[in-house]
Design a binder for this molecule. Structure first.
Ligand code: ZN
Length: 241
């Protein structure tokens, strides 16, 4: 077994934390925020994490042309092995309704897009399939909401260096979303045979990601920035010249 000490810590500490703070509100998914403003995890400052989390929100508009789609799940995949902010490799958004493919959550769509970009013979990388598979271990996946178990498993199969999420599954559930109630921490905990060492950094910039998910089932909640409410839906606010 190659359990990292980080994961041992991560797997045990939040239990006490959740019991102490959430013991009376049903069963939380046994995980706690792993990032706070001011922390610099893997040498990357929080301001850089926030920059890319905003890009994950922006991926909604970039992919769908809609700043406030109902399924507002956006992802960016970033190479932090270069200096500075890092390089954007690819983006994705939940495209179930565009493609008819129920598995194309934002994370799955982004992974697929990265693979296509990596192996495109006329693209910037021109990798073999084997090289593309290896490349994911150097990359960081940012998603504006915690991955469902399918996507968290895909993150494990990809072997990402880092996985950073915004809004938690617990928040989604509390705000009316139907979810498979297995948190990413649990998926990671059960992935010890995989030999991967993805660092999980949770609940980054939730003050900016939460608004994308809190309006859908709450008629009194304001729409995300750039959108306005018409009945039960939020739509892009027309820009006036
Ligand atoms: Zn998913």
């Amino acid at each position: 077994m190659h359990l990292q000490s980080l994961f041992v810590l991560a797997a045990t500490l939040p239990l006490a934390w959740t019991h102490q703070h959430h013991g009376g509100i049903g069963r939380r998914s046994e995980q706690a925020p792993m990032s706070q403003p001011g922390l610099s995890i893997n040498g990357i400052p929080y301001s850089t994490r926030a920059y890319w989390m905003r890009k994950a929100n922006q991926a909604l508009f970039d992919v769908l042309g809609d700043a406030c789609p109902f399924a507002a799940f956006g992802t960016v995949i970033v190479n932090h092995t270069v200096d500075g902010l890092g390089d954007l490799v690819c983006i994705g958004a939940n495209t179930n309704k565009v493609t008819g493919n129920p598995t194309l959550h934002g994370e799955m769509a982004a992974i697929q897009n990265c693979s296509e970009i990596f192996t495109d013979p006329s693209g910037p990388y021109n990798m073999t399939a084997a090289e593309a598979l290896d490349a994911f271990s150097q990359l960081s996946l940012y998603t504006n909401a915690e991955s469902c178990p399918m996507c968290a498993s895909a993150i494990q199969w990809s072997g990402f260096a880092e996985y950073i999420y915004g809004t938690s599954i617990d928040t989604l559930i509390e705000k009316g979303w139907g979810q498979i109630r297995i948190g990413s921490m649990e998926v990671f905990r059960q992935s010890f045979d995989m030999g991967t060492t993805t660092r999980l950094i949770g609940e980054v910039l939730t003050n900016e990601t939460d608004p994308y998910f809190l309006w859908q089932y709450d008629p009194s909640y304001s729409c995300p920035e750039g959108c306005s409410r018409s009945g039960s839906t939020c739509s892009n606010t027309p820009t006036t010249a």
